[in-house]
Every structure is written in structure tokens, then in C-alpha cells.
Design a protein around this ligand. Sequence first.
Ligand code: 13P
Length: 273
Amino acid sequence: MEQQTAKPTEREKGVEKKSTLQRTPLLAGNWKMYKTVSESEALAKELKQLVAGVSGREILICPPSINLTKVSEIIMGTNICLGAQNLHWANEGAFTGELSGPMIKAAGCKYVIIGHSERRQYFGETDKIVNDKMNAALKAGLFPIVCVGETLEEREANNHFKVVERQIRDGVSNLVKEDYLKLVIAYEPVWAIGTGKTASPAQAQEMHAFIRKILSQIYNEPLAQKTRILYGGSVKPDNIDSLMSQPDIDGGLVGGASLKAADFSRIVAYQAA
Ligand code: 13P
């Protein structure tokens, strides 16, 4: 009897597309300035149990810096990795209150978030500072997650592509291939952060594809295809599946919902359509 070959479903096509491109999805929790050491410890322990069976995707948590070493002990040897939320651009020096790349690396971190919109907005971080910090992170052996994204005014004035293009060109140019391959981009529209207003999957996909196009112009197409671009801004258990179904969305950078183990573990266990 002749065997019928079933047509691949959209999901299979999507999975195949992302896996041939070798972009391992990355689900990252940015805890921001929440959780004391004992609260961080409790959250990490709860999460560790809830995501123990998950594979095929990278799970990252970024607690406040003062809690990194404690959380590092808790998640050591598990499928969760550790990241910091910021670093200084210098290796060491008289910079009261700051933390360097080597210190963050020694605390057990693999990743570091750079240029989050809250740092740009409240601490005056420019694209030049972002670029210096990215280089410092790479020098310390860390994987930088560089955040970009427009404000509401910029989107309403139809300047969002221009703004994000500038942030990418000024923030992440001039890397050698080996360093470029460690780079992760997070697109976080400022109007979607902490507001409950997520970019629609189509809006996010449109910007992610645009970012990949800029990366392919700065570097080249095969390299740009390897770069993970995360979406951030009101990611929740009920919208992660549709976001992750988009071809250029390779993960999420999650704020509020990463502070609850049940919500974040559901986000980690997303099912792309
Ligand atoms: P929310 O998920 O709380 O909107 O925060 C997003 C964010 O800023 C992650 O870095």
C-alpha cells in the first residue's frame, strides 16, 4: 500500500526553521530591583523544581547583584543559568558602587543584561556606554544581552525603526566573529514594559525581522541568522505561545512574570504554534 506523506504542520515547519538555524530559544527572567537574598533563594529553589524536566531551551535568571552568589549555589548543575542586570565598563578601578565584568563572571554568571531602557532612562546610559559595556562583558567572558527599543512618543511619531537602527548600529558594531556569536539582542519597546500592553506578535515580529536585517548589513546574513533576538515587555503565560510562534522571536526577556515561579515556569514551557 502506498504510504501517504503527511504535510508538515505549521508548528513542525516553525520548529524546523528555528532548529536548522541553530538558535536555541532563551527564556530570561529579569528580576530588576526585587527580592532580598532569602526571597531570591526561595524563588530560585521553587523554579528549579518546576523547570527540572525542561530541555531544548536555555533558561536564565538575573537576580539583583547582591544575591548572585547565593542563587548561583542553588542553581549550580541545573538547567538554569545565571545573569547580572548591569556591569561597569572598566575591569577594575575607583568606581564606587559599581561591579565589573570579572566580578560578575566570578559570581557564576554566564550572561549580563546591558542597556536596559530603565538604565538608559534613569541612569543616562547612551549607545556609546552600551557599546563600552558590551565590550567589557565580552572581555570578561560573559554573553551580553543588549537591549534596544523605542518609547511611545517615538513609535507614535513613526520613528521606531530609526531609533532601533541607531541603537543597534551604535551599540553593537565592530565585533569580531567569535565575539559576535555570543551577542544576544533584546527588543523591549518601552511602552510595553510593566504596562500590561504587549506588542502584538506581528508588531514584535516586524521589528525583530528589521533588527536581523540591520545585523546582516553590519555583519552578514549567515551571522545574523545565528543571533538570538528576544522580545521583552509584558510577556506573560498567556501571550508567550503566540510570541514564540513568530519566526524571528527567539525568546523572551521577562520582568514582572519572572518573579512568580509558576508564571515563569509556564513561560519557559511555551508551545510555539
Ligand atoms: P515586564 O515583563 O514587567 O513588562 O518587564 C519587561 C522587562 O523590562 C524585562 O527586562
